[in-house]
Design a protein around this ligand. Structure first.
Ligand code: IMP
Ligand code: MG
Length: 179
């Protein structure tokens, strides 16, 4: 897997099995309702694509791009909208699909931003969550894996825009980011 990666933290098989588990719960929760999945670019692309295909009920999808990180590995706390939703979410059942929650800053900002648009409901599904996320009061309904506070890449997650296309989640060797 190359010298930049230290280890495989979550394998493709584990991701597939977890998404099937989450999809069953999401299908049950939104049975008979119209669900809009909101993916957060670019990291959530893989989760969104695989989760959406695992759901049995029909959904619509929209995308938002926000920026909280530069090229580094620390959250700046500053969230900017790079691309807003194409659709009005008022009165809709919205599920935010996230790749990872670290400090939770991005998500709490997103929840208040989307919440102010008066959706019928607003929930969050994330593939990964780091321990720091517990420090902020955010209600995350579905979590794939609670992982240690390490910098991870793959399955949508990048370091300097690289590694997003890995089919698994791995830890990056500290020498790559000077850790
Ligand atoms: P937060 O605002 O600290 O919760 O960070 C949210 C965003 O930071 C995620 O959506 C990712 O894009 C990015 N991020 C956080 N931790 C990692 C990581 O370990 N690897 C890659 N990106 C990360
Ligand atoms: Mg993200």
């Amino acid at each position: 897997m190359g010298t930049d990666l230290e280890s495989v933290l979550v394998s493709k098989e584990e991701i597939d099995a977890k998404l099937a588990e989450l999809a069953a719960k999401i299908d049950a929760e939104y049975a008979g309702k119209e669900l809009l999945l909101v993916g957060v670019l670019k990291g959530a692309v893989m989760v969104m694509a695989d989760l959406a295909r695992t759901l049995s009920n029909p959904v619509t999808m929209d995308w938002m791009a926000v920026s909280s990180y530069g090229a580094g590995t620390q959250s700046s706390g500053v969230v900017r909208i790079l691309k807003d939703l194409d659709t009005d979410i008022k009165g809709k059942h919205v599920l935010i699909v996230e790749d990872i929650i670290d400090s939770g800053l991005t998500l709490s900002w997103l929840l208040s931003n989307l919440g102010s648009r008066e959706p019928a409901s607003l929930n969050v599904c994330t593939l990964l969550r780091k321990p720091d996320a517990a420090k902020v009061a955010i209600d995350v309904k579905w979590v794939g894996f609670d992982i240690p506070s390490e910098f991870v890449v793959g399955y949508g997650l990048d370091y300097g825009e690289k590694y997003r296309n890995l089919p698994f989640v791995g830890t990056l060797a500290p020498h790559v980011y000077g850790g």
